[in-house]
Write a protein that binds this ligand. Structure first.
Ligand SMILES: [Zn+2]
Length: 622
């Protein structure tokens, strides 16, 4: 069945309104990973799946602050029941409570009560912030990340911590309260103190009070560390042809109440995708199997993936649904699809835009939903979520992410009103169509047209970049592009193409070489470069994505370089750099490959400096 017919069959099954209903149910729970609320949300998903009789299994992993997957330490299981922060002097008033704003208690904060004079330490996330400030017996007010502030404040003798949003995070509202998570290792817990988050408006009031007088706060948090496990829910539909492999879809279910778009929306969309694919199974038998995962972001995904390394060898590509319901009117556009990096090429790269175009033209508005047409962008690779787990070694699966930019991300303002049923409908339809590609495009001759036009655009981008460098480097860049496009086309073989398909593939490769030659003719002639004097080829030592704390071993200057030069798109550049340290590439070759991913020239010197930093952090050898 052709893509258009597949889409129309799926359209009849998909309801954005129903998906929003499931998102609203999930958003009722405070879903810190390994907590009662997370498990209740998992039950909501499980009950939905039971209705359409898809095979499921729940996996458990320790949440003890000790267990490690690669360099990632699992957070401790944690339960919160309440928390109230108030001012006791100069006058008495309540500032914030967990019952009204659940994000006001930082995730993994120890329980307990405190009272003390307030002291402002600025960001409070470096040791230097505490050298001139005596915080002993006091309550620290800071605008840095709670995880960094509370460790330091606790160690210096503070009794409590209150964090507030910086200028950037409070720009859209002075009333939003950010979600902070401490994610302590078991050995860090003794140093932590009860930690609250407040809005900018409340913080500004406290700062005004401090400028006149002493301000005294009292806080109490009812929370404890427990031995509840991290839970991952897996569902799957078997394919009819084991040789076609599998497609993997993932959405993270964790985060505080309500976290509606991040990521009740993705979790509910994935339920609707499962429902639609089960509903059309008799009409559209699946050649490749499909696996669905609801996870605690990173911390559940990593141990699950590590435990299923063999099974993941059959996965051809993966799709991460992360913040997919944003209302075009309430939050803004576009819907963003983030490419898998070019070192993991797949024919799917070339099909994303044709699919989105079909979804935009075939999909109708959900009742009560936005009537705006789908506006999307197809972007450079991004970091920040579970697709990184599958893209990283040892799995190395081409992994895409679907999401939105959202100023209310990780705040109390991420509410269900901003989840749009029409947008969910678009995403569900796209995700469904993207998961059935192994049967819907295998016999579609347009596949080579889509691949060729994608390749032509990639060559044009490479050629534009080549204009800005030495001709010899420019020619090398086109050669790198040719290698990528050739490998991309070769993945068509996983579709089990016919002899005719094999012939088409050969012609396709001739066309790609022709394109390389065409763009090379636009550049000044240059001698072929020798491999050069630098024959150093770094190799990664640790599997899995980079841990957030990778910068801990860096000096301040190194950390700034890492942030400014290598942290583009939520560290996607650094992740790509690490992935390309496979013992076969020099820093110069890595730089060219990364340049094609991000669409700008990445200097080889930046790659060399980046490799040195990753070596310092233990991630790279050689
Ligand atoms: Zn998030």
């Amino acid at each position: 069945m052709r893509l258009e017919e597949t889409l129309s069959a799926l359209s009849a099954e998909v309801s954005g309104t129903r998906a929003k209903g499931v998102a609203a149910e999930i958003a009722r729970f405070h879903r810190t990973q390994a907590s009662p609320g997370y498990d209740e949300a998992l039950d909501v998903v499980g009950e939905q799946l039971a209705r359409f009789r898809v095979a499921t299994r729940v996996h458990e992993f320790p949440a003890d602050g000790r267990s490690k997957t690669y360099a990632w330490t699992s957070p401790p299981a944690w339960t919160v029941r309440g928390g109230v922060l108030g001012q006791t002097a100069p006058d008495e008033k309540r500032l914030v409570s967990f019952d009204e704003i659940p994000t006001c208690v930082a995730a993994h904060s120890p329980g307990g009560a405190f009272e003390g004079d307030l002291i402002h330490v600025g960001k409070g996330d470096t040791d230097a912030d505490y050298t001139a400030a005596d915080v002993r017996g006091r309550v620290v007010l800071a605008c840095g990340r709670a995880s960094e502030v509370t460790k330091r404040a606790g160690r210096e003798g503070a009794v409590g911590v209150v964090v507030y949003p910086n200028d950037e995070r409070s720009a859209t509202s002075h009333d939003l309260v950010e979600y902070h998570g401490i994610f302590p290792a078991a050995t860090d817990i003794a140093n932590l103190v009860p930690t609250f988050a407040v809005s900018r408006r409340i913080a500004d009031g406290l700062l005004r009070g401090l400028s006149r007088d002493a301000v005294r706060l009292r806080g109490e948090i009812d929370a404890e560390y427990t031995d509840r496990p991290l839970r991952v829910l897996e569902a799957w539909i078997d394919g009819t042809d084991p040789a076609s492999g599998e497609v993997l879809l993932v959405a993270h279910l964790c985060h505080p109440r309500p976290s509606a778009n991040d990521n009740a929306s993705g979790s509910a969309a994935l339920v609707e995708v499962t429902r639609a694919l089960c509903g059309t199974a008799s009409l559209l038998p699946l050649r490749a199997g499909i696996r669905f995962l609801w996870v605690p972001e990173f911390y559940g995904t990593l141990p699950w993936a590590a435990a299923h390394t063999r099974g993941l060898e059959h996965v051809r590509y993966s799709l991460n649904l992360d913040m997919v319901g944003q209302s075009p009117e309430g939050i803004g556009e576009p819907l963003r699809v983030f490419r898998a990096p070019n070192h993991l090429p797949t024919y799917v790269h070339a099909l994303v835009e044709p699919l989105l175009t079909m979804v935009a033209s075939s999909s109708t508005a959900a009742p009560g939903g936005s009537r705006r047409p789908l506006h999307w962008s197809y972007d450079a690779p991004s970091g920040g979520s579970d697709h990184l787990v599958f893209a990283a070694s040892p799995h190395r699966i081409p992994s895409f992410m679907v999401g939105h930019d959202d100023p209310y991300w990780h705040t109390s303002h991420d509410t269900i009103e901003n989840v749009d049923p029409t947008r969910l409908q678009h995403v569900v339809l796209f995700a469904c169509a993207a998961s059935v590609l192994p049967q819907s495009v295998a016999d579609d001759n347009r596949l080579f047209g889509w691949l060729l036009s994608y390749g032509a655009r990639e060559f044009a981008r490479a050629s534009a970049l080549a204009e800005g460098v030495d001709p010899e480097l420019g020619h090398e860049l086109l050669d790198v592009a040719l290698g990528i496009e050739t490998r991309r086309a070769e993945t068509v073989a996983t579709l089990g193409v016919s002899q005719r398909g094999t012939d088409l593939l050969q012609r396709h490769e001739v066309a790609l070489r022709g394109m390389r030659d065409h763009f090379a003719a636009l550049l000044p002639a240059a001698p072929r470069r020798s491999t050069g004097t630098r024959i150093h080829r770094p190799t990664r030592q640790i599997d899995g994505p980079l841990v957030y704390a990778v910068t801990d071993s860096f000096t301040e200057e190194e950390a700034r370089f890492f942030k400014d030069k290598l942290s583009t798109n939520h560290r996607a550049l650094a992740e790509g750099l690490l992935a390309l340290c496979d013992g076969t590439r020099t820093a110069g070759q890595i730089a060219l490959q990364l340049s094609l991913d991000v669409g700008r020239l990445v200097p080889a010197e930046d790659v060399e400096a980046g490799v040195a930093l990753l070596r310092k952090a233990g991630y790279v050898a050689g």
